[in-house]
Design a protein around this ligand. Structure first.
Ligand SMILES: Cc1cc2nc3c(=O)[nH]c(=O)nc-3n(C[C@H](O)[C@H](O)[C@H](O)COP(=O)(O)O)c2cc1C
Ligand SMILES: Nc1ncnc2c1ncn2[C@@H]1O[C@H](COP(=O)(O)OP(=O)(O)O)[C@@H](O)[C@H]1O
Length: 323
């Protein structure tokens, strides 16, 4: 899969494709069904399969406080899509100028002239262009005029419910990690590089690997029993996703303490899989109070892993791959 960063990098050799457009947050099983259809149309028409995504996602530009927490950061989205047999991932910078272009302009300049789209797959509620004026009907009319066809994505359902990024976020907030994994096609996880923190963890007797989250919002907050993987090994532990009010922290951070581990993790890329919600984050009056709570969290985490099958077994049954 070739990554095309920005519309200005679309070259004449990229013309003619079957395209879909969207945010594809999480690249969940519903998204994967759409992307498989795109690939099928592309095979039938003998042209490349392409997907266009926006960075940032539109709501993150318009109303950042209200934008939903992402299920996948850009890097994960890219990694997930690259497994699906598409030829191009077109990443369009979503800024004020782009959002202000009239819908007809986007169709003519981008879809017709730059991309020479042969077939377009979009949801029937897809809206685009200035003031969201462009819709499915407009695309169909334009298709008749400029020589491309448009089809509607069908809802991908599990037990009669339409799988959506919103539903997955709701399952996560309720601590229903198995349900979330069933809709995502893999267990939900955070990924990031281990950075240096304030070195308080060791003094507390709980060294923590701090992950750079690079997120506007997190779909999860609080303390969790987690499985952690670096791609080769995995560990169990406990993690806090929060601002560390006891230390007057302001930035959202993910900190994870691995059970029975005494090495160095700085610089490693870790994936952290929440499996069980232990409690909300709290502000403690003293370090001993936090320490005592951490000991209880550790006990709760160890008990969880002793009693429950963890999400790694789902990983093994859904796609047979270690992350
Ligand atoms: C399982 C776990 C639970 C935590 N819970 C809280 C909490 O409720 N409130 C809080 O202020 N900090 C909490 N922390 C964060 C600790 O304050 C943090 O590990 C400590 O600040 C060390 O930070 P450092 O690694 O940057 O030195 C928690 C950390 C872990 C690993
Ligand atoms: N059991 C463990 N869990 C997490 N990190 C550990 C563990 N043992 C050692 N480490 C190492 O110690 C570092 C954390 O120590 P800490 O005092 O909390 O410092 P920092 O504030 O830099 O995170 C981690 O980044 C990791 O390299």
């Amino acid at each position: 899969m070739k990554l095309i960063r920005g519309l200005h990098n679309i070259r004449p050799r990229h013309r003619h494709c079957v395209l879909t457009i969207g945010n594809f947050d999480g690249v969940h099983l519903g998204h994967q069904a759409v992307l498989r259809r795109v690939r099928q149309y592309a095979q039938d028409l003998n042209v490349p399969a392409a997907v266009m995504v926006f960075e940032p996602q539109p709501l993150e530009l318009f109303r950042p406080e209200q934008a939903p927490a992402r299920l996948s950061q850009w890097r994960e989205k890219y990694a997930l899509m690259s497994k699906l047999g598409l030829e191009y991932l077109i990443c369009t910078r979503f800024n004020a100028e782009f959002s202000q272009q009239p819908a007809e302009h986007f169709i003519q300049q981008v879809l017709v002239e730059k991309l020479g789209v042969k077939h377009l797959v979009v949801g029937d509620d897809f809206r685009f262009g200035r003031n969201r004026q462009g819709d499915f009907n407009l695309l169909q009319q334009a298709g008749a005029e400029f020589g491309f066809t448009v089809t509607n994505t069908e809802s991908y359902r599990q037990s009669a419910t339409r799988v959506s990024s919103t539903l997955i976020r709701e399952a996560l907030v309720r601590g229903q990690f198995v349900d979330a994994a069933t809709m995502l096609g893999q267990p939900f996880h955070f990924s990031g590089r281990v950075i240096h923190g304030e070195k308080n963890g060791r003094k507390l007797g709980y060294p923590t690997a701090n992950l750079a989250l690079k997120r506007l919002h997190s779909p999860l907050h609080g303390v969790f029993a987690v499985t952690v993987s670096n791609g080769k090994e995995h560990w169990q532990g406990i993690a806090n996703i929060g601002k560390r009010p006891t230390f007057g922290g302001e930035q959202l951070q993910l900190e994870v303490h691995l059970f029975d581990f005494h090495g160095n993790l700085y610089g490693q890329r870790l994936s952290v899989y929440p499996e069980y919600h232990i409690r909300e984050e709290q502000k403690f009056d003293s370090l001993p109070a936090l320490q005592a709570q951490l000991a209880q969290d550790e006990a709760a985490g160890r008990q969880w892993f002793a009693q429950r099958p963890h999400l790694f077994s789902i990983q093994a049954t859904t796609n047979g791959q270690h992350p």
